[in-house]
Design a protein around this ligand. Structure first.
Ligand SMILES: Nc1nc2c(c(=O)[nH]1)N[C@H]1C(S)=C(S)[C@@H](COP(=O)(O)OP(=O)(O)OC[C@H]3O[C@@H](n4cnc5c(=O)[nH]c(N)nc54)[C@H](O)[C@@H]3O)O[C@H]1N2
Ligand SMILES: Nc1nc2c(c(=O)[nH]1)N[C@H]1C(S)=C(S)[C@@H](COP(=O)(O)OP(=O)(O)OC[C@H]3O[C@@H](n4cnc5c(=O)[nH]c(N)nc54)[C@H](O)[C@@H]3O)O[C@H]1N2
Ligand code: SF4
Ligand SMILES: [Mo]
Length: 722
């Protein structure tokens, strides 16, 4: 890989009893390069240092990354399997006892077999996550389809990347989160960033973002809040939550009017321009301003800057994607790049900020209800045949398409699903409409949870299996660029913890499916089978061997064979993945959010993240520094709104939606719209804002509308001093 201007060669002084293990952070899609420091006398992880030789992040890490190593030998680790004998304690931390692996496996096998005999194969479900390596994600998909034989598998990426995936698939015919490498970002002339709190959620992207402005380029940010990146932007489009589709259409309207259309590109490489032109004709600056609440002048200026920039990158994240029209939002913003031809070349393109560490790879290889490895479709008989041949099963035995993550809970509620194998996710905090989801979990006949800490979701389990942290196993992840990287093992598993792939191999044996799994003895064995299973698919990893990843600083997929060095840039040949080779410009009528403010619920509620915590917080709330920096959730409120409700900073208020309620501390800040409030979602039990959020699903991606619903705020009566 070519080194960019930020590259630095650094040599550190070492302690004699210390070795370094080259790896990447466990948390977000940036996958910052780090060395884990290992004490060679005790063989334990004792610290971390950033890797200056990692080309994407060149020595940068955030507060989560520099403390991530503290997870491995943490006092809260689950060291042995746990079994709950008294079902009446479900939904609490109480009532678990330690057990041997044999006893735990026997119990799981007995219960799973019983449920399937009684209620059919599809009475079992798997809910997984993408903090796991590609190999683990791959095997989880195979475990569900082959060892359990159920159609019901889905994963937390449905709450994360599914709208980006849906939008890219519709527009490009393939879903790779970025059309270009991150090392191009600082060299572009305009960054248009929508719905991404980049400085807190992908902090190590920021040196490239600032570098654009330092070179005289422009930064445009669309966000209802004045996030750190919005504050320093050349233009902050402070839109009403849920109105991106109008904003993107309005900007496209102006680009067309200002003759910024790349006619040749549009004619040769796209479909759909004429219909789209007609549709956006109605989105005049006046109309767009009326819907979005953004001043007309700002909308005009945004189109001018983006249109005139020789190179530009459109970037977005969950702010636009976690909506009931998330897929349309993605396609609408992507339209800007297609119409102006600013795609398929260096320094120009489209990228989503992939969320979880393996949010890209984990969505490609079969954890999603409709997918098989290599982005194959479970509804495509040819694809089913190809994968069945690798797995050694009869294609007739491949389960059918299942349902999305939130719909799994609906099936549980309807008693179609009776059993759950949950791993690498904590939906009792992170799923929407939590009162409903928690009841569905509690009512299950039998639930297994694999985690290394006892999560809020594990409280509903009958059996807890101790998994390892990322530092106790090896494998690959795919970062937000689409670059496959290698995670290395720095320490032996603590206690009796095991990697998820090993648990699944051993459980498959207990379920009588050993012949499909027992050849997998090491993570590398899984990797070999995994690469083969992706061969020929759109997300082809076959040529991405561990040796090549190490030699090249990662390998961008697709990478088809030994000679192939991978694909840092997508669509350089202007060939998109639809059968006619063209990309689709989409005509997308505006529609409002599922819930609009009304007299009873007069404000918009939006939710998201802070820099100190990661997702459900089950990992980061246990790290002392991170907890101290942010021990509780809060509600961000504009000073004028605070005045209207007669509440002050640090006072508790009650928030209510049609689904639930909670009490939160007020944080008064000018960095938010007056009609909108924001609460971070990293907290459990009564502090979970997801008790209030709306599970309205996008019709294509089945993504819930985490980013906008209608809320009422009530001042709590002050207790009288007696
Ligand atoms: N510190 C930290 N970093 C993380 C994570 C974490 O939990 N903590 N999680 C990782 C994961 S899995 C993910 S998915 C990413 C998420 O990364 P982001 O998507 O950047 O994070 P969010 O806070 O969910 O939302 C981003 C922004 O969307 C804005 N927003 C809300 N509604 C709208 C809207 O209608 N339109 C627009 N344009 N903007 C809106 C919010 O104000 C917020 O600033 O972060 C990753 N990185
Ligand atoms: N209101 C609101 N809700 C949201 C969002 C939002 O913006 N607003 N964002 C959504 C998004 S983008 C996401 S990604 C989801 C994430 O939501 P979750 O899936 O709940 O996220 P995590 O907290 O990462 O949960 C992972 C769990 O698995 C454990 N774990 C980590 N690694 C491993 C492993 O290798 N094996 C096993 N077995 N366990 C492991 C961790 O300890 C943790 O308990 O939340 C979604 N929920
Ligand atoms: S930016 Fe993401 S990958 Fe990098 S250190 Fe922070 S959490 Fe880890
Ligand atoms: Mo995410």
């Amino acid at each position: 890989m070519q080194k960019d201007k930020f590259f630095r060669e650094v040599e550190n002084v070492r302690h004699p009893n210390e070795s370094l293990v080259k790896t990447h952070c466990s948390y977000c899609g940036m996958q910052c390069g780090m060395n884990l420091r290992v004490n060679t006398s005790t063989n334990t992880i004792i610290g971390v240092e950033p890797r200056y030789d990692w080309p994407v992040t060149v020595g940068k890490m955030c507060p989560k990354g520099v403390t991530a190593y503290q997870q491995t030998n943490h006092k809260d680790r689950i060291l042995r399997p746990l079994i709950r004998d008294d079902a009446s304690l479900k939904g609490t931390k109480e009532g678990f006892r330690e057990a041997s692996w044999d006893e735990a496996y026997d119990l799981i096998a007995k219960k799973f077999v019983h449920l399937q005999k009684e209620y059919g194969k599809d009475s079992l479900s798997v809910f997984s996550g993408v903090s796991m390596t590609n190999e683990k994600c791959y095997l989880t998909g195979k475990f569900a389809r082959v060892a359990l034989g159920t159609r019901y598998i889905d994963y937390n990426g449905r709450f994360c990347m599914s709208s980006a995936a849906g939008g890219f698939l519709r527009t490009f015919g393939v879903d790779r989160g970025s059309t270009l490498p991150w090392t191009d970002i600082h060299e572009t002339d305009c960054l248009f960033i929508a719905g991404s709190n980049t400085a807190e959620c992908h902090p190590t992207s920021m040196f490239r973002v600032w570098a654009v402005q330092e070179r005289g380029g422009y930064l445009i940010v669309a966000d209802p809040r004045e996030t750190p990146i919005a504050r320093r932007a050349d233009l902050h489009l402070d839109l009403r939550p849920g109105t991106d589709l109008a904003l993107a259409n309005g900007i496209l309207h102006l680009l067309i009017q200002q003759q910024q259309v790349d006619e040749t590109f549009v004619r040769q490489h796209t479909n759909g321009f004429e219909e789209t032109k007609e549709l956006v004709g109605a989105f005049t600056p006046e109309v767009t301003s009326e819907i979005t609440g953004v001043a007309k002048e700002k909308i005009i200026r945004a189109a001018e800057i983006y249109g005139k920039a020789p190179n530009a990158i459109v970037m977005f994240a969950r702010g636009i994607e976690q909506q009931q029209k998330g897929v349309d939002n993605v396609s609408a913003y992507t339209n800007l790049a297609l119409v102006t031809g600013k795609i398929g070349r260096p320094k120009s393109g489209v990228a989503t900020f992939t969320g979880q560490g393996n949010g890209q790879g984990g969505r490609e290889h079969g954890q999603k209800s409709d997918l098989l490895p290599g982005y194959r479709k479970i509804t495509n008989p040819k694809h089913v045949e190809e994968v069945s041949a690798i797995w050694g099963i009869d294609p007739k035995d491949m389960p059918k398409e299942g349902v999305s993550a939130y719909e799994l809970f609906e099936r549980m509620d309807q008693k179609d699903i009776r059993g759950l194998y949950l791993l690498c996710s904590n939906p009792a905090v992170s799923a929407p409409n939590l009162n409903f989801v928690k009841k569905a979990l509690k009512d299950l006949d039998f639930m297994v949870c694999a985690d290394f800490y006892l999560s809020e979701s594990a409280e509903f389990a009958d059996v807890i299996l101790p998994s390892v942290t990322w530092s106790e196993d090896e494998g690959t992840c795919t970062n937000l660029e689409g670059r496959i990287i290698k995670i290395n093992k720095a320490q032996e598993p603590l206690g009796e913890a095991k990697p998820d792939w090993q648990m699944q191999v051993e459980l498959a044996e207990r379920l009588g499916k050993g012949k499909y799994f027992s050849h997998l003895k090491t993570a590398k064995d899984v990797a070999t089978e995994f690469r083969l299973a992706t061969k020929g698919g759109n997300a082809d990893y076959y040529g991405a061997t561990w040796e090549k990843i190490d030699k090249q600083d990662g390998v961008f997929w697709p990478c088809k064979d030994e000679e192939d060095t991978g694909t840092p840039y997508m669509f350089l040949d202007k060939k998109f993945y639809h059968p006619d080779g063209k990309a689709k410009i989409c005509a997308l009528p505006y529609r409002p959010p599922a819930e609009e403010p009304c007299d009873s619920y007069p404000l918009h509620l939006t939710t998201g993240r802070v820099v100190y915590h990661y997702l459900s917080g089950n990992q980061t709330r246990r790290i002392p520094f991170l907890y101290d920096m942010c021990p509780d959730p809060y509600v961000e409120l504009h000073p004028n709104t605070a005045e209207r409700y007669r509440v002050t900073h640090d006072e508790n208020v009650r928030l209510l939606t049609r689904r639930g309620a909670g009490t939160f501390k007020v944080k008064v800040t000018e960095a938010i719209r007056e009609d909108t409030i924001f609460v971070p979602y990293h907290f459990g039990h009564k502090e979970a804002i997801n008790l209030l959020t709306n599970a309205a699903l996008d019709p294509i991606s089945r993504m819930p509308e985490f980013k906008v619903c209608a809320v009422r705020m009530e001042k709590l009566e002050r207790k009288k001093v007696t």
